[in-house]
Design a protein around this ligand. Structure first.
Ligand SMILES: N[C@@H](CCC(=O)N[C@@H](CS)C(=O)NCC(=O)O)C(=O)O
Length: 221
């Protein structure tokens, strides 16, 4: 079989989630650009064959194609040998799914598509940067960080003692959040998030997948 091919920009949090899965698993992969990785490139017929909704990431492995980051992570975990990225225990496995679902439903619309996108989006994209809206996002992000902090009390990772797909989804989002101007304020007093962050960010998978957009900051730190 040829290498796994991951289509999309290395700056995308969802693409990074799938890269983290390959890195954690020890699965060789190739990063594939979609044209210039612009939104309009994602809507071209060639990419729509891989991802009918015209998004990234999409994965190709031989004749197998999968889209949606969590589905790709599950394929990587189940099709290859290597450390498991999904807990065997029924309750912890349910917790992993609970968190991937809750992160996508709650954190992604506010933290990622609302706040982080507004702070980092290049000019020209139609993204809301109104200060009242940003303040509303800030308030929600503080609430969400409190929920995450409580969830991480007494545990190393979101679904137990081993890293799972839920952590791989959250890590790239919090990396961007921590790099917004007031990013660190969201984590003040959140010691459990701090411990979790220390655990995920010291892993080689983290260091090997830093988005080029954030690379300068990480080198300086
Ligand atoms: N639920 C999807 C989200 C993917 C997603 O929103 N990707 C963004 C880039 S970070 C995208 O492709 N946006 C292009 C668009 O919405 O047109 C996943 O987990 O893969």
């Amino acid at each position: 079989m040829p290498n796994v091919e991951l289509y999309g920009s290395p700056n995308s949090t969802f693409v990074r989630t799938t890269r983290l899965a390959c890195e954690e698993k020890g699965v060789p992969y190739d990063m594939m650009q979609v044209g210039e990785n612009t939104f309009s490139d994602l809507k071209k017929p060639e990419h729509l064959k891989r991802h009918p909704f015209g998004k990234i990431p999409a994965m190709q492995h031989g004749d197998n194609t999968v889209f949606e980051s969590i589905a790709i992570c599950r394929y990587i975990d189940e099709a290859f040998d290597g450390p498991a990225l999904q807990p065997a225990d029924a309750l912890e496995r349910a917790r992993m799914t609970q968190w991937t679902s809750a992160i996508n439903d709650n954190l992604v619309p506010t933290m990622l598509r609302g706040y982080i996108a507004a702070i980092f989006a290049p000019p020209g994209l139609d993204i809301e940067t109104d200060e009242d809206k940003l303040n509303a996002f800030r308030e929600t992000i503080h609430q969400h960080c409190r929920i995450l902090d409580e969830a991480l009390a007494g545990r190393t990772y979101l679904a137990g003692d081993r890293i799972s797909i839920a952590d791989l989804l959250l890590t790239p989002i919090l990396h961007y959040l921590g790099n917004t101007l007031d990013g660190l304020s969201f984590f003040e007093g959140r010691d459990n998030i701090g411990r979790w962050w220390h655990a995920v960010s010291k892993r080689p998978s983290f260091k090997n997948t830093v988005p080029p957009f954030l690379a300068k900051e990480t080198e300086a730190a």
